[in-house]
Design a protein around this ligand. Structure first.
Ligand code: SF4
Length: 219
């Protein structure tokens, strides 16, 4: 596992791997498998009915004492659905790391809610979620691993901002895919609500404080 603590992190992936992930995640079977998996996960989470208070603290990693880990393929899925103008550059990723958060967080909201990675979809600070979210995360992450293996893709599991730093360096100009299934809309997701812009999508989130179960949505 790469050391991705504060400051400069080592590069965690090479150009070949990033291009392979982006190609696979853009369309076709692999993209569909990721979307099916995210949809299934959303259904599982909704059945658990965790509460989100839209505090935004789940995206402020250091202050909340946790880290978001992702695979290269998950990162590519999100990256190629963002307009180039909405992708963080190396400096923005570094700034996010310095303040202990995610470069996509907009106040208490997620700026990429419909395309956020698996860990964001599972994690709730709701105490009632602590009994099931680790097992759920492990189960679905095994499925993500299986997609890599079935597709012959390189596998890498690394901290979110370390992975984004590599994409920012290597793939700032990657083609944008204007495709996100409606079922991945914020109404069924985890993470503090939603605004995705710049890829033909505009999914508006609502700010602030209302407490509600996951199955009532966030937008
Ligand atoms: S939910 Fe969105 S803002 Fe929060 S960590 Fe995940 S991608 Fe970043």
């Amino acid at each position: 596992m790469p050391d991705v603590g504060g400051g400069t992190s080592p590069r965690v992936a090479d150009e070949y791997a990033v291009r392979a992930w982006l190609h696979a995640a853009s369309s076709g079977t692999v993209a569909e498998e990721i979307e099916s998996l995210y949809l299934a996960l959303s259904g599982d989470v909704v059945r658990r009915s965790p509460i989100c208070r839209t505090s935004g603290r789940c995206c402020r990693f250091e202050s909340w004492g946790h880290r978001l880990y992702v695979t290269g393929l998950e990162t590519a899925y999100a990256w190629c659905r963002l307009d180039a103008s909405c992708r963080p550059g190396p400096g923005e990723v570094q700034s996010a790391r310095a303040r202990g958060g995610c470069p996509f967080q907009r106040e208490v909201l997620c700026g990429v809610h419909a395309i956020r990675p698996l860990g964001c979809r599972v994690y709730y600070c709701d105490q009632t979620a602590q009994s099931w979210q680790e097992d759920t995360y492990e189960r679905y992450m095994r499925s993500v691993r299986d997609i890599h293996d079935r597709s012959g893709l390189p596998y890498l599991y690394a901290e979110w901002r370390a992975m984004l730093a590599v994409f920012a360096e290597i793939a700032a100009d990657a083609p944008t895919v204007v495709s996100v299934p409606g079922g991945l809309s914020p109404s069924i997701g985890a993470g503090p609500s939603a605004v995705v812009r710049g890829v033909g999508l505009t999914i508006e989130g609502e700010a602030g404080g209302a407490e509600r179960p996951a199955d009532e949505g966030r937008t």
